[in-house]
Design a protein around this ligand. Structure first.
Ligand SMILES: Cc1ncc(COP(=O)(O)O)c(C=O)c1O
Length: 381
């Protein structure tokens, strides 16, 4: 374990799991000047359209619709597919609150499916048992950057005539077998929140293959307005503004370098953590490229500390790790009474919620922090 200190001192200031990718202020100022001079600051302006076009290539997808955040994008995706009101949507509880909340806000019922332990994505082998005549869709989450079993999910969806929506908040630029991950399913949502690899401060997009969805999503995102005198759908305001889009255009020039730096962080972590007894480090499947969004580790029972004890220990060193995802969505007050929230239905998710810890993971992490994190993990007591 070269480079690992064994006389650990707390960091001078707190280090968090993520740090936003920030273009230089000069470059932002130049963009702002252009936007101010144009006097067009929102409503599908020039920057918005340029970013949407560029993202088609970056994400390797056919259609892109930009949004003011990922949550409104996901909300709109579910609306655009015209799922029958009150129907059931199979998802997992091992995700951020936005996933089941968007299902519920559409008047649909979330049905929680367990996850599989290697990638913590939906366990495709457990989906069929949850399908009823009232099931209309599957909302699967590519957690931490690990892809769902998109091929198995596609087969099930075809067999039962279900729509598939992917919450791809964590998988910017990921490819599966050389295809953009946003090509799979009916619609994929990407989040461009400040905590994500690629950000527009707040923002997000939907990607999809069906060209007919473009107009539908365009209108839903803009209050359902078709023309000056025709409002057809019950839409919402989901528009990305020009300043968000400009930050996105600048960050498009930076995210690959950030990924390269995160790959070095990952190498260092992998080398110094993967041999530790009691810690499992999940890895990407061979056919998938890495987005480098999160670095989760699994703390098993044979590690000297529990996950919570380790989380507290890191705090004393000013290292703010995250119990991501704890609690499960099925533990929330608003969902705990659903039949599918029963612990017996979700054994793996209930185990993982107490075992996973996300470590600081961004390109500018310095060697002192990396040495401290790995040092504490190697010598926790
Ligand atoms: C899995 C997941 N889904 C949805 C969202 C919501 O995206 P946004 O913050 O852009 O609304 C997030 C995150 O922030 C997320 O992590």
């Amino acid at each position: 374990m070269m480079g690992i200190k064994n006389n650990f001192k707390p960091l001078d200031s707190k280090v968090f799991v993520t740090q936003p990718l920030l273009p230089s202020l000069d470059s932002v100022e130049a963009q702002l000047t252009e936007i101010w001079e144009s006097k067009w600051i929102t409503n599908m302006g020039k920057k918005h359209n340029e970013l949407a076009e560029k993202l088609k290539d970056v994400l390797k997808v056919k259609n892109v619709s930009l949004f003011n955040n990922g949550t409104i994008a996901l909300l709109t995706a579910l609306k655009a597919l015209d799922l029958p009101y009150g129907s059931e949507v199979i998802t997992t509880p091992f995700t951020f609150a936005a996933t089941p909340h968007c299902i519920s806000w559409n008047g649909l019922k979330p049905v929680f499916c367990d996850i599989e332990p290697k990638t913590m994505t939906i366990d495709a082998d457990k989906i069929e048992a949850l399908i009823t005549p009232n099931t209309s869709a599957i909302v699967a989450v590519h957690v931490y950057g690990f892809p769902c079993d998109v091929y198995k999910i596609e087969k099930i969806a075809k067999k039962y005539n279900l729509k598939v929506i992917y919450d791809g908040a964590h998988v910017f630029s990921t490819e599966i077998d050389g295809k953009g991950i946003g090509e799979f399913g009916d619609i994929t949502m990407f989040s461009f929140h400040a905590t994500k690899l690629f950000n527009t401060i707040e923002g997000g997009c939907l990607t999809y293959n069906d060209d007919k969805l473009f107009k539908k999503i365009y209108n839903l995102r803009n209050f359902g307005i078709q023309s000056e005198e025709l409002v057809e759908d019950i839409g919402i305001n989901g528009k990305m503004n020009e300043v968000q889009a400009a930050v996105g255009l600048l960050n498009l020039n930076l995210y690959k370098e950030e990924q390269r730096k995160r790959a070095l962080v990952k190498d260092y972590y992998d080398k110094n953590i993967s041999g530790i007894k009691g810690i499992y480090v999940p890895q990407m499947p061979d056919n998938t490229t890495n987005s480098y969004q999160y670095y989760p580790i699994v703390i098993n029972d044979d590690y000297p500390l529990s996950r919570n004890e380790l989380y507290d220990k890191f705090k004393t060193y000013n290292v703010m790790t995250r119990k991501y995802f704890y609690p499960l969505c099925s533990d929330y007050e608003c969902y705990k009474d659903l039949e599918s929230s029963a612990k017996e239905n979700l054994p793996v998710a209930n185990e993982m919620k107490n075992k996973v810890l996300c470590l600081p993971y961004y390109g500018s992490l310095n060697q002192d922090v990396l040495s401290l994190v790995c040092g504490v993990l190697n010598e926790p007591v």
